[in-house]
Design a protein around this ligand. Structure first.
Ligand code: MLT
Length: 295
């Protein structure tokens, strides 16, 4: 199971969680392999050119839908070069900052950014990553240009955020909640339209509540196989995914981090494909408007 980001980040956590839960329904061990870089496109390309025998899978997120718009020279087509195996979950993100940043809340952060502009740096996991896209939306909503600092994943970025090398990041709750609970970072807002109920974030306003009208970024993860993987193998993998997402321990762990485990029509390959195509359209417009291209 290939993860296109660095170990220890949200995508890696979700993949390792799923690999554990797939062991029983598949009756065999699933090994996670990190192939990070270029906003997730290196790992995705690796799976697109792998043998379609069901033994090489990809866990990837919203980057699957955004890469076609961002990378004009992409070595694979989405969704054509992949078989959809089902959507796994949805994760809100949060805007977090180094623990010793002056602002204490979103209103103060907004003033601080207005006063410091491009002196403020914003970490992300590379062009096309979820943290990059959320950061893009955040900057355009604030009508400002911050200095972005790319990493191979948000795990190494989080280390530098806590260390003070970078100021801000728009990170998935998956990876941010433990650091917020540990008091290691400050949280300024949730990127979903609805507030979260988990203890670490129940008092944190949404960015929309704080004045960024209709700001809504949710990071979804899905499971994929190379194009041409035989239908009986795909059916077996989808059945195993459905069983894994019913695993009580997995659901409890993911909901404790503010994630929503998918149980609707997007768990069906056809529903998954329809969703990815709709997201591709949605983000193509955001990226075109931002005029931000990776190559
Ligand atoms: C990661 O696992 O590092 C993230 O999913 C990266 C990102 O897209 O922000």
């Amino acid at each position: 199971m290939v993860v296109p980001f660095a170990p220890g980040g949200p995508s890696d956590k979700i993949a390792r969680d799923l690999a554990d839960a797939l062991r029983k329904p598949l009756g065999q061990t699933v090994v996670v392999e990190n192939a990070a870089g270029a906003g997730g496109t290196i790992g995705a390309a690796k799976v697109a050119r792998s043998a379609p025998d069901g033994y090489t899978l990809l866990v990837h997120h919203i980057g699957m839908a955004t890469a076609p718009a961002l990378y004009r020279k992409l070595p694979f087509k989405v969704p054509e070069d992949f078989e959809m195996l089902g959507l796994i979950n949805e994760a809100p993100s949060v805007v977090i900052g180094n623990g010793s940043l002056p602002p204490k809340n979103f209103a103060e952060l907004r003033q601080w950014i207005a006063a410091n502009g491009s002196k403020v740096n914003l970490a992300n996991a590379g062009l096309g990553s979820a943290s990059h896209l959320c950061g893009l939306m955040f900057q355009s909503a604030l009508k400002t240009n911050l200095t972005t600092v790319p990493y191979k994943g948000t795990a190494p970025a989080m280390t530098d955020l806590i260390g003070g090398q970078v100021n801000l990041m728009c990170e998935q709750a998956t990876n941010a909640v433990p650091q917020i609970e540990g008091g290691k970072v400050k949280v300024f807002g949730v990127t979903s339209l609805r507030r979260l109920t988990i203890p670490a974030l129940k008092d944190t306003p949404t960015l929309a509540e704080s004045g960024l009208k209709d700001f809504d970024v949710q990071v979804w993860h899905g499971l994929y196989a190379p194009k041409g993987t035989p239908a009986p193998v795909l059916a077996r993998l989808n059945a195993a995914l459905r069983a894994a997402l019913k695993d009580a321990e997995l659901v409890k762990r993911q909901e404790a981090l503010g994630l929503t485990v998918i149980s609707d029509e997007r768990l069906d390959p056809a529903g998954h494909r329809k969703f990815v195509e709709a997201e591709k359209q949605r983000w193509a417009k955001v990226i075109k408007d931002a005029g931000e291209y990776a190559d």
